[in-house]
Design a protein around this ligand. Structure first.
Ligand code: 5AD
Length: 382
């Protein structure tokens, strides 16, 4: 798919042509990843974070937030719930929390992998190569790190550097320079199934930027792609429109439900074998039908929340998050009904990305950490 075609899709407003886009995306989804909807149990491990991302409610500077961190036993209990519900994967997500040390995460991953048959996905922010390698050795299967936007100027504005680190050099130059893209390359070399994605409708994000994001999904050859609307959190710098203006009205991407469907559908067309979730941010815009609409316009994954109820509202990356009021059990039962209603069924097994499996078959076993913890890097195909 050419970039021009992507751009036209993003700007499409004709009802018939949009219906055609939804149909094409749904057909492509069925052909490449099938009718199963893979369920990933989301465990929000900790809302402590040392970073100051301008859009995120759990950023270090938000002093109004009560911070929590689950014990390893609590995380393990959630993982066992996932097994009970028949899920094949748990996603351990947290802010960049220094208390989640290399050793602690590795230890917990190892326990989950020994005590269950679950695939483990980590989403713990920008972490060092050593940590990522150690967690992979401990058995972690997948890693999620959204690059948020491929526009480097915008990226640098919304991602202040870690305290004590120099600000990123220059603001021009290839998008590939941003730290998260480097980390995505590292994850690939380590043999992880690699997931990334963007927010839709960040103030200042243009249609051209978003078309570049989609082209980058394809170039990165991502195994998992999560996209969701930007939702304004009042206790963040991005909520201040005087400081963070939108792009001119004809160029600014709206953070709407329909735009999210367009991005899901186009993502399916450019990365047909990727696993694509109907995200919680989308369900937040449309609690009643968001998941279903996403799943019939290209998505094939849902991530039900398994975080213990008393902490759920505290993982407030944006306000009014969907599924904060529903206990795992009832959320789970409701979901099965909802899938049946759209003629889909819950996935069995771990639900690896067909994109990843295809590479595995073509390239042999992925790079692994070698003797003494040194990285063995496979070069060439990929
Ligand atoms: N609105 C929408 N998505 C957000 N995220 C963080 N803050 C917001 C927000 N205000 C998303 C980012 C991040 C993921 C974990 O949550 O894309 O990568």
């Amino acid at each position: 798919m050419q970039r021009g075609e992507i751009l036209n899709g993003l700007r499409e407003s004709d009802t018939d042509r949009l219906a055609d886009l939804w149909r094409r995306a749904d057909r492509t989804r069925r052909r490449y990843v099938g009718d199963e909807v893979h369920l990933r149990g989301l465990i929000e491990w900790s809302n402590h974070c040392v970073r100051r991302c301008a859009y995120c409610g759990v950023r270090a500077d938000n002093r109004r937030l009560t911070r929590y961190r689950l014990t390893d036993e609590e995380v393990l209990d959630c993982a066992k719930k996932a097994v009970g519900y028949g899920y094949g994967t748990v996603v351990l997500q947290a802010g960049e929390d220094p208390e989640l040390t290399c050793r602690r995460v590795a230890g917990l991953v190892e326990r989950i992998k020994t005590e269950t048959d679950l695939a483990v996905t980590l989403s713990l922010g920008e972490r060092s190569e050593e940590e990522l390698a150690a967690w992979r050795r401990a058995g972690a299967d997948r890693y999620l790190l959204r690059f948020e936007t491929s526009n480097r100027v915008l990226y640098n504005r919304i991602h202040p550097p870690k305290t004590g680190q120099p600000s990123p050099a220059g603001t021009s130059g290839p998008a590939e320079c941003n730290d998260r893209l480097t980390i995505l390359g590292t994850l690939r070399h380590l043999g992880y199934e690699v997931g990334s994605g963007v927010m839709i409708g960040i103030p200042g994000q243009t249609y051209d930027d978003l078309a570049d994001d989609l082209a980058l999904f394809a170039r990165l050859d991502l195994d998992m792609i999560g996209v969701g609307p930007y939702l304004c959190h009042p206790n963040t710098p991005l909520a201040d429109r005087d400081v963070w203006p939108e792009a001119p009205a004809d160029r600014q991407v709206p953070a709407t439900e329909e735009m999210t469907y367009k991005v899901i559908a186009l993502t399916r067309l450019v990365c047909p074998r990727a696993n694509i979730p109907a995200t919680t941010a989308l369900a937040t815009l449309n609690t009643r039908q968001g998941w279903e609409e996403g799943l019939t316009r290209g998505a094939n994954v849902v991530m039900p929340n398994l975080t213990p109820m008393q902490y759920r509202a505290l993982y407030e990356i944006y306000p009014d998050k969907a599924c904060i009021a529903e206990e795992g059990e009832s959320c789970h039962r409701g979901l099965n009904e909802r899938l049946k209603a759209i003629g889909r069924k819950p996935g069995r097994g771990q639900g690896d990305s067909p994109n990843y499996l295809r590479h595995l078959a073509a390239d042999g076993p992925p790079a692994a950490a070698g003797v003494d913890g040194c990285l063995v890097r496979l070069t060439g195909k990929n």
